[in-house]
Structure formats: structure tokens, C-alpha cells
Design a protein around this ligand. Structure first.
Ligand code: HEM
Length: 108
């Protein structure tokens, strides 16, 4: 192997690989579910917040913030997905839905 080796790791591809993720195309996949084809450690294939020495420093904060935002909004509003064309992924620095995701809000 050369002394300097450059490689890219794609969390997107890993998260959509049925060898590692149970139901990879499900809206809410189950990374900890049983891998269907190989006895691969599925938890190591789930990298939404990085891993190893590059593990996200803000992971705890990010989980807390996400839960608080969701709980705050969901207390007041009931959310229903507006049906339309399939959500198209848009790869920038982070991955996002190309046309956004439209949600209908109804006050609880
Ligand atoms: C949902 C929110 C977040 C996501 C999805 C996320 C995701 C990630 C990912 C994937 C990495 C690894 C990047 C790599 O391997 O090069 C990372 C690293 C990092 N994140 Fe986050 N992050 C989030 C929120 C935050 C917050 C809130 C903070 C700070 C308050 C933060 C601070 C950092 C830092 C400093 C690193 C670099 C760690 C290092 O390389 O030593 N992140 N994040």
C-alpha cells in the first residue's frame, strides 16, 4: 500500500446498504436491527454523528436539541406529511431534501 492513501467513506451509502442496515429504504430505518445478509456489526455502520476519533463533539447537545424542538412543536401541532412527488435527496455539505418536505400543521 502507498504511504499516503486517500479514501472517502460515504455515510449515505453505508446507511443505505442492506448488508448493514435493516430496511435501509424505510422512512425510519432500524440500524440496530438484525442485518439481513451478513453478521456485520450494524452499530458500527451507523455514522450519523461520525465515529472513532472524529466522533461529533456536539452529539449529546444535538440529541437534546432535536428532542426539545420536536417535543415543543408536537405539543401544539399535529403534523401530517403533504403527499406529493417523492422526496429527492440533495447532496451539499450535508444531505437535504431538494424541494424541502411539506407538512400540514393542525393545532391540537
Ligand atoms: C444534528 C446535529 C449534528 C450532526 C448530524 C452532526 C454530525 C457530525 C459528524 C458526522 C461529524 C464527523 C465529521 C467527520 O468525520 O469529519 C461531526 C463532527 C463534529 N461535530 Fe457535529 N453534528 C451535529 C451537531 C453538532 C453540534 C451541536 C456541535 C457543537 C455544539 C457539533 C460539533 C462537532 C465538532 C466540533 C466535530 C468535530 C469533531 C472532531 O473531529 O474532533 N456538532 N458532527
Amino acid at each position: 500500500m502507498p504511504q499516503v492513501t486517500f479514501f472517502l467513506l460515504s455515510p449515505y451509502l453505508m446507511h443505505h446498504d442492506a448488508r448493514f442496515v435493516h430496511e435501509p429504504e424505510a422512512v425510519c430505518p432500524h440500524p440496530d436491527g438484525p442485518p439481513p445478509t451478513e453478521a456485520a456489526p450494524a452499530r458500527d455502520a451507523s455514522l450519523p454523528l461520525g465515529g472513532g476519533p472524529r466522533q461529533c463533539l456536539g452529539e449529546g447537545f444535538a440529541w437534546m436539541e432535536g428532542l426539545l424542538v420536536l417535543a415543543t412543536v408536537a405539543q401544539v401541532w399535529r403534523m401530517a406529511l403533504v403527499t406529493g412527488p417523492p422526496v429527492e435527496p440533495w447532496g451539499l455539505v450535508t444531505l437535504r431534501p431538494k424541494q424541502g418536505i411539506q407538512v400540514h400543521l393542525a393545532r391540537r
